[in-house]
Design a protein around this ligand. Structure first.
Ligand code: SF4
Length: 394
């Protein structure tokens, strides 16, 4: 497996950066990308993976790992839409004028032209720089007299009409606050931050989509327990996906131990991924009626998603509300990961290297790196909790 491969066909003028290249038994590489999307039926996904297939010049379908844990294949049925897109891009490149473009955080922040385009967007105070403002909303906002972020920040939300992708009082009010936060660089509190009382344990999982099994394999269930120092990191680990069920059962046992220790347990995590993974494991092993599963997913669940109060109560000077963007921001949580290059895909790659390694020292080192990354993730959610309490709950 090659992580973050770089493919280039100079004659065709094509480049592609698949998340993974997987070598099959015939010696052919297959491209694979991880997406947050729940469906592969999106033109941009088809075109992106279609371009990878063109660059690899073999018959292998590309794989897309979807946000819900499923996999889909992108094959020759997407050749037509891919070729049409490439034709349109070639005709665009043949013009001498730079085309008009809107900022899109998910697309621009990973684009090689980011450093070229971003200053122009900033100078123009392009509205789609703001979290929650889609580029497709901008023409209608401009027609309503809101040309820049400064214009939006000064607007009365009640006077802004519904426009495509920005409809309703709540979203419009939030957009105005987002503009104000962008300009001031400060967090704006919209409502009281409410965090549940109890003994908090911070929880994060690492899973491997590259398995032979039907679903992702969670190789690490990580926890930061009181007193929240680096020595208070605990985990359930499995060496390979054959131990998938054993790891899941041990995770449930660990939860029961925490429940005994802390009857008022709060299991804090960031985003819906942890809860949805527990749900999919309970269905994978037909354990929806297991007492611990019912405890975890029932009405009195100890699971608490920290992302929710953050989005509900605060407007932050960030372009995405991901854990890293908020925690690394020097004026917000200001927590830095030990390894700046680490991330969930990085962890998947280290785990697959661990699976392939035969040298015990190499395996030990790789495992230590993966554990270190997960420990930083749960420490980050702890720091986020502390920051929320200190800044917004006093
Ligand atoms: S950085 Fe520029 S070239 Fe890249 S996606 Fe954004 S607007 Fe397009």
């Amino acid at each position: 497996m090659i992580y973050q491969a770089q493919l280039i066909d100079e004659a065709e003028g094509l480049i592609g950066f698949p998340d993974f290249l997987l070598l099959n038994e015939n010696g052919e590489y297959q491209a694979a990308d991880a997406k947050l999307s729940l469906s592969e039926n999106k033109k941009e996904i088809k075109v992106q993976l279609g371009v990878y297939r063109k660059l690899l010049a073999n018959q292998m379908p590309a794989i897309v790992f979807l946000g819900g844990g499923q996999q889909a294949l992108i094959g020759e049925e997407t050749d037509e839409v891919t070729n049409k897109y490439i034709g349109e891009m070639r005709s665009l490149l043949s013009t001498t004028e730079q085309p008009t473009a809107r900022y899109s955080h998910s697309k621009c922040s990973t684009c090689p032209y980011y450093q070229h385009c971003k200053p122009g967007f900033r100078t123009a105070e392009e509205l789609s720089l703001l979290y929650g403002i889609d580029g497709r909303s901008v023409p209608a906002l401009q027609q309503a007299g809101i040309e820049t972020i400064t214009d939006l920040a000064a607007s009365d939300p009640a006077g802004i009409p519904d426009v495509p992708y920005l409809k309703g009082e709540e979203k419009i009010e939030r957009a105005v606050l987002q503009a104000q936060s962008y300009l001031s660089g400060e967090a704006i509190q919209r409502s009281p931050v409410v965090l549940p009382d109890g003994h908090w344990i911070h929880f994060d999982i690492e899973d491997n989509p590259l398995t032979e099994n039907s679903g992702k394999h969670v190789y690490l269930w990580g926890f930061l327990v009181p007193d929240y120092g680096s020595a208070n990191f605990e985990y359930v680990w499995t060496d390979c996906d054959e131990d998938d069920k054993a790891g899941w059962i041990e995770f449930l046992n660990q939860i029961e131990r925490y429940r005994q220790r802390y009857p008022d347990l709060i299991l804090a995590h960031y985003s819906a991924h942890e809860a949805s993974t527990i749900r999919s494991y309970s269905s994978r092993y037909n354990m929806e009626d297991h007492a611990t599963v019912k405890y975890l997913l029932g009405e009195e669940s100890p699971l608490f998603d920290l992302h929710k109060p953050l989005l509900q109560s605060l407007v932050l000077p960030v372009q995405s509300y991901g854990l890293k963007e908020i925690c690394k921001h020097p004026d917000l949580v200001n927590f830095q990961w030990e390894d700046d290059d680490s991330g969930s895909q990085w962890s998947v790659v280290q785990f697959n290297r661990f699976l392939l390694a035969t040298d015990s020292q190499v395996r030990t080192d790789l495992k230590a790196e993966i554990l270190g990354y997960n420990r930083d993730d749960v420490t980050a959610t702890r720091r986020l909790e502390e920051w929320l309490r200190e800044q917004f709950m006093v």
